[in-house]
Ligand binder design. Structure first.
Ligand code: PLP
Length: 426
């Protein structure tokens, strides 16, 4: 290690958790290259961000070009071309009637704004979220987050007016999908009857596919039921597509698997291949009820981030990455299900497209599988594959390769995973 590392590494705040300790030198496509010469197959995509692969040439070119024109053109002062180009691309992929676009910098910021919009538009004060959700770490987003106590503990008092209902997590509940769906819808009705009346409920906020909380796609009947409850009571349905959006599940947005539309949706991560950009998208008739100036921020819709976003969507369309995500997702799930037959510790294999989870269980307990998953992650890293965990007990491995991953790379990932299971479980 040279002095750059020895002098500075320990000054990175220890408040940041870190899974691996290598230093990245460069990255390209599905691979990260470390400064000590290792090549790692990256199936984390920076937590579902670099969906076009690292440094996609079309995205890099768009960033370079825009950097030579201007870096920052503040939206309250000027409108810039990259934002208009991004909106033009978004209008090709975001289903109508969602036609009004607000930009911010992070997923948490998008969620905060979505909640503000729902409250202002309905004139109501409460929000319902689901157990196991992750919506970010800023103050209100933290209070909306129930995937792990670490995100809330020590930060009380949390913002109020937030009510939690069960997520239809069939494996966790020990139910079939349909039983879990019925149970969760009944509990939601019960919450609306017992704690937050519909006339006080501004929004129901849900991750279309539960991310940090365990990679769980809800049953279709549940999502349809949510839409009906919202329609019946004039409650805004906010779908958090920060992780599941932009092709991750084999459709542009995960809600397209469910034949429903949100009133408001939040996006970030995959929208700009790694540049900080997020969005709150809704209908003009909703957005125009907001007082002008009541939402905003200095950097929202940054010019370089917007240029990267427009190039990202163009590249995804031109190179058929959404179709590839659906196709490679089937290959990945098939391979993982074969391994499940060999290892009873893999309790569940689930997902949509390239948002896939393998949940581990030891002695019938999820919490007991935490160390096993940690060991598998480190064994895979030694063998050249980067994987992440998720779930309240960190007992689920999440598979998030880039959407242009190849058949060979999926096979390589499965082979390394199989070798790691052999090594760790023996
Ligand atoms: C579904 C979801 N919502 C919101 C967030 C928060 O995004 P950010 O970390 O960009 O604030 C995340 C981050 O992982 C997420 O997965």
């Amino acid at each position: 290690m040279n002095t750059l590392y020895t002098d500075n590494f320990s000054h990175i705040t220890p408040a940041w958790s870190r899974i691996f300790n290598f230093v990245a030198e460069r990255a390209e496509g599905s691979y990260i290259y470390t400064d000590d010469g290792k090549k790692l197959l990256d199936f984390t995509s920076g937590i579902g961000v670099t969906n076009t692969g690292h440094c996609h040439p079309k995205v890099v070119e768009a960033i370079r070009e825009q950097a030579g024109l201007f870096l920052h053109a503040q939206i309250n002062i000027v409108v810039h071309k990259p934002m208009l180009q991004l909106i033009e691309e978004l209008r090709k992929v975001v289903p109508a009637p969602i036609d009004s676009f607000y930009f911010a910098n992070s997923g948490a910021e998008a969620v905060e704004n979505a909640i503000k919009i729902a409250k202002a538009v309905t004139g109501r004060q409460n929000v319902i979220v689901f157990n196991g959700s992750f919506h970010g770490r800023t103050h209100a987003a933290m209070a909306l987050t129930t995937s792990k106590t670490i995100y809330r503990s020590g930060f009380a008092p949390l913002p109020s007016g937030i009510y939690v209902s069960p997520f239809p997590y069939a494996f966790n509940l020990g139910m079939t999908e349909e039983q879990a769906s019925d149970y969760a819808l009944n509990q939601l009705e019960y919450l609306l009857a017992s704690q937050t009346s519909p006339k006080e409920t501004a929004a129901i906020l849900i991750e279309t596919v539960l991310g940090e909380g365990g990679y769980v796609a809800p049953p279709k009947s549940f999502m349809k039921g949510l839409r009906e409850i919202c329609d019946k009571h004039g409650i805004m349905l906010i779908l958090d597509e920060v992780q599941s959006g932009f092709g991750r599940t084999g459709k542009w947005f995960a809600f397209e698997h469910y034949d429903i539309l949100p009133d408001i949706m939040t996006v970030a991560k995959g929208i700009a291949s790694g540049m900080p950009l997020s969005g709150v998208f809704s209908r003009t008739d909703i957005m125009k009820k907001l007082e002008t100036g009541s939402v905003g921020g200095t950097y929202g819709g940054n010019a370089i981030a917007c240029a990267a976003g427009a190039a990202t969507i163009r590249a995804m369309r031109e190179e058929k990455m959404i179709e590839n995500a659906a196709d490679k997702g089937i290959q990945l799930m098939t391979g993982l299900r074969k391994l499940q037959e060999e290892y009873p510790q893999i309790g569940d294999v689930r997902g949509k497209g390239l948002m896939v989870g393998t949940e581990f269980i030891v002695d019938g307990k999820q919490a007991k599988a935490k160390q096993l998953v940690k060991d598998v992650i480190h064994s895979a890293e030694e063998k050249g594959l980067l994987l992440l965990s998720c779930g309240t007990y960190d007992n689920t491995l999440r598979w998030i390769p880039p959407l242009n991953v190849t058949t060979e790379q999926i096979n390589d990932g499965l082979k390394i995973f199989s070798d790691s299971l052999k090594e760790v479980i023996k």
